[in-house]
Design a protein around this ligand. Sequence first.
Ligand code: ASP
Length: 324
Amino acid sequence: MKKHIFVLYTGGTIGMVPGAHGLRPDAAFAADALAPLSDGLSFDVHTCAPLIDSSAVSLQNWRDWLDILAQKIPRYDGVLLLHGTDTLAYTAALLALALRGLDKPLVLTGAQRPFAAAGSDAPRNLATAAAALAAGRPQAVIAFNGKLFPAVGSSKCSTESDDGFANPHFGTLDNPPPQRPSEKTQTRFSDGLTVLPLDPQAQVPCLTLIPGFAAQQAADTLRQTSARAAVLQSYGHGNAPDDAAFADAVRAYTARGGLLLNISQVPHGRAAALYAQGNALRQAGAVCGGRCNLETATALLTLAASGGWDRRRLEAELAAAKLV
Ligand code: ASP
């Protein structure tokens, strides 16, 4: 019997066609693209209106997609999500973290070149996705260039080659890391599918440290913002300059309940309590983000801000996803 797959087609290069101002999403591609994969799978396609270039993704999109998936997942054997590559890794992390008790495959894919273009990578990516759906592993994954990446921890790493994604900390499914993030999540939330709340108005500023003025700018933002959670992209193992005004601003922000998640800006970097240089930041109340990449941190803090998490909840979620 064929597996029944729900397809959420959100847009992206995979289905684009040339328009007057450059490539633009097109509704027609999904049926043609999926036909060669229908040996063991049958597809019901939901085409979003409008289809978007994923660089335009909003929290409202995420909320709408979660609502659709919450309805559809219980009625299908798996989900294929077609998405632009620009923000695919953000959406993948968000879905993996927000959908609790996922007991079917949720496979995200896209392509570097349109399905209709000569030499497109789309057919290979779709075939990889179809194989993952047929295998039925109950996990959120990105299918790209013949590989399957765990959703949490993945990043777009190239616009120039078909090898568009990587997951520096957690690897690929056929090259499994010692611990995979989704496994623990699954055993912990095995009592049916639940969806964490997502507030489309949630604000998560991202503060990136670079040499020079950035610590002062980050301090100004933390003093002024009403956002309940912010990402700090620090150096190396989570280190930041010794700047008293910055440490004061972090202390004041965390004292009024703000969550500041300190992550490394190194692609394969882990924020950890290793250096004295990061100590002032830790003492000021920043939460150590461990192996969180920017995509994972963004997804997690969007859910934290939406759900009113406190520091303990954030730390528990980081541990459950094996990020720390
Ligand atoms: N700008 C496109 C998008 O993210 C890029 C792609 O799909 O590869 O929608």
